[in-house]
Design a protein around this ligand. Structure first.
Ligand SMILES: Cc1cc2nc3c(=O)[nH]c(=O)nc-3n(C[C@H](O)[C@H](O)[C@H](O)COP(=O)(O)O)c2cc1C
Length: 310
């Protein structure tokens, strides 16, 4: 089967999930192409090769981080640029978010609508909890646990997709209205993006300029940084700045600088997930994940036993 996975990832969490899907699907004899949609939306049209890949594949995957209970605008723009297909196509969606709330499940509503109008039917949807890149920094222990859990869940989810079983996330009531209201974050993000500033710690390495997915940052001839009006609030510039020199406007108190290592801390370094917010929800997320993994293990053992009997 030819599978195309398109994803947007501001700070790398969603990319990690996309890679896990690709790895499992490749191991199971599929031809998998993975590409980031960074930059693809800058021109009016999508490149012909990308459209051709999508038209000729058997299964499509879309990945994105949740922003204010929605898909990021870049993911919606990308979907809008896709042509209406001659034949209906099956697709799956995966997203990563910092908290495990069910409210995040409304994030794909608009994207699914756009895809449906292009004859792309989303039959499977999955959500993974990954560390926050805004608001507060998860402890290394928590980040490690989140990624390890996702790595064990993705093969189960990918198998479900390949076997043609459907899986939709449960949404809360009035999801469309809540998602619509929360999309004001996209306008707020663009306005706030113009308020980004660079502090004197900056060493002019230019990483923020090259990293920005919408080419929204430029350096003037006088060496000053200019932030335009196309900011997605993806946090890549501030998160990956080696000098922690970018101030993110009104949300500077929520900045999370420095990539997560996802490595388990040594026992003596272990710290509690220091922000007590949603402790119960995180515990529930991990409990559900463990239950799902245990159920899948049991099912595999039963299948193997049945095959041996035959
Ligand atoms: C502007 C913005 C809004 C966010 N909104 C939410 C949210 O509504 N719910 C949530 O759980 N996480 C939210 N997050 C956290 C990210 O979804 C989460 O850290 C994600 O894993 C980042 O993925 P990435 O590294 O692929 O960009 C938000 C992050 C940003 C930058």
């Amino acid at each position: 089967m030819k599978i195309v996975i398109c994803y947007f990832s501001g700070t790398g969490n969603t990319r990690k999930i996309a890679d896990c899907f690709a790895e499992y699907m490749r191991e199971h004899d599929n031809d998998v192409r993975v590409f980031s949609i960074d930059g693809l939306t800058l021109n009016k049209k999508l490149p012909d090769e990308t459209v051709e890949e999508i038209k000729t594949c058997d299964l499509l995957g879309f990945g994105y981080p949740v922003y204010a209970f929605n898909a990021p605008p870049i993911a919606l723009t990308f979907a809008k640029k896709l042509p209406r297909l001659a034949q209906p196509k099956r697709a799956f969606i995966f997203n990563s978010s910092g908290e495990p709330l069910r409210l995040n499940n409304i994030s794909s509503l608009k994207l699914c609508g756009i895809l449906r109008r292009r004859r792309i039917e989303v039959t499977n949807e999955y959500h993974y909890c990954m560390p926050y890149n805004i608001m507060f920094r998860h402890s290394d222990e928590m980040a490690h646990k989140m990624f390890e859990t996702a790595k064990r869940l993705v093969p189960l989810d990918a198998r479900e997709i390949l076997e043609g079983q459907k899986h939709r996330l449960k949404r809360i009531k009035c999801g469309n209205t809540i998602a619509w209201v929360m999309r004001c974050e996209q306008w707020g993000g663009q306005l706030n993006g113009r308020m980004y500033r660079v502090s004197k710690e900056c060493v002019h390495c230019g990483k923020c300029v090259t990293n920005c997915p919408t080419h929204n940052i430029r350096i003037t001839e006088k060496g000053k940084f200019k932030f335009g009006g196309k900011c997605l609030m993806c946090m890549r510039c501030a998160h990956l700045c080696p000098q922690n020199a970018i101030r993110i406007g009104m949300f500077n108190g929520w900045k999370v600088n420095g990539p997560y290592t996802f490595v388990a801390p040594k026992t003596d370094e272990k710290k509690q997930h220091y922000n007590r917010m949603l402790t119960k929800a995180y515990a529930q997320y991990f409990e559900n994940a463990e239950k799902r993994i245990a159920d899948a293990d049991r099912e595999t053992t039963n299948r193997n036993d049945d095959e041996q009997i035959i």
